[in-house]
Design a binder for this molecule. Structure first.
Ligand SMILES: [Zn+2]
Length: 299
């Protein structure tokens, strides 16, 4: 089972959403037997703008939601703050890039480690505001939505307002494309381009040219308003129509795979838009070579 909760940044920081993820996942109240039912299949992660929990179907949805909503203990908050301090020590390349993009977008620093001035009251208020039953999206292991059964809004059309720029991180020049994210369509389009570039980079550099290949530098970030694609400036997008077509066939198969189904509840969490799998397939099937890649070539 999975639970998704919309958890916006607080004061340009992911700190409170992340701290809450730790606090609500504390299980000191359980006896050892129940503790192991909980541990089985349990996982939690905080991403930009949403938090994800997975839990065993041995635990009822009502019980799991009541755990998420349980009053926070001030001592527990202080304890988890210390753990977060250690967790947030290392900033990776992607985080550094995201911080720079955030600054470019909002003219203000984004700070993962924004800790000291957050009061217990702010944390408790944030918890009450975003961990409401009607806002918690629950789905089964195949990512079919179980609750809530509220009315979702219609998807908007795909946006075409992509603005490119260059941002330097650790000496590397990164091309950055920012697109307003108003519809699940914007997200699938950017996901398609990201996966296409990743596959192309891997195919040409690793398999064909044997260039030293450590990690893929093609990133897709997302906030409530934007989806942001970034890849190295040196990287040439001279993708052929054959490669594009083979990739598209692969992408349409992958999108039906277990792991990728999760984008449906995630888009629901972020945008309150529900897309059926068949709608997603139809939409992605319509991607055309020149149309899809023109924004990469014209910057
Ligand atoms: Zn953590």
């Amino acid at each position: 089972m999975h639970a998704y909760i919309k958890t916006p940044f607080y004061r340009n920081s992911k700190y409170i959403p992340h701290l809450l993820e730790h606090c609500v996942n504390s299980r000191g109240n359980l006896n050892s037997n129940d503790f192991f039912s909980y541990v089985y299949q349990s996982d939690a992660d905080t991403f930009s703008w949403y938090t994800h929990f997975s839990f065993s179907d041995k635990i009822s949805i009502e019980v799991f939601i009541s755990w998420l909503q349980k009053d926070l203990d001030a001592g527990l908050i202080e304890y988890e703050k210390q753990i977060l301090k250690d967790e947030l020590k290392d900033v990776n390349f992607a985080q550094e890039l995201f911080e720079k993009i955030w600054k470019r977008l909002h003219w203000i620093d984004f700070n993962n480690n924004h800790i000291s001035r957050v009061s217990t009251i702010e944390i408790v208020d944030y918890h009450k505001k975003y961990y409401k039953s009607a806002e918690i999206i629950i789905c089964d292991d195949s990512f079919n939505i179980i609750s809530p059964t509220k009315k979702f809004t219609e998807a908007a059309a795909l946006n075409d307002n992509t603005s490119p720029s260059i941002i330097k991180v650790r000496g590397e020049s990164m091309r950055v494309f920012i697109r307003t994210y108003a519809s699940w369509k914007d997200y699938y389009f950017m996901l398609f381009i990201q996966e296409l570039l990743k596959s192309f980079q891997e195919y040409t550099e690793r398999h064909k040219k044997w260039v030293y290949y450590f990690d893929n530098r093609v990133f897709l970030f997302r906030t409530e308003k934007y989806s942001i694609l970034s890849f190295p400036e040196y990287f040439e997008c001279n993708i052929s129509i054959e490669f594009f077509d083979s990739f598209k066939t692969y992408f349409l198969t992958r999108i039906l795979s277990w792991y990728w189904k999760k984008w449906i509840p995630i888009n629901l969490t972020l945008l309150n838009q529900y897309a059926k799998m068949s709608e997603v397939i139809d939409f992605c099937n319509g991607f055309k070579f020149e149309e899809s890649l023109s924004f990469l070539w014209n910057d």
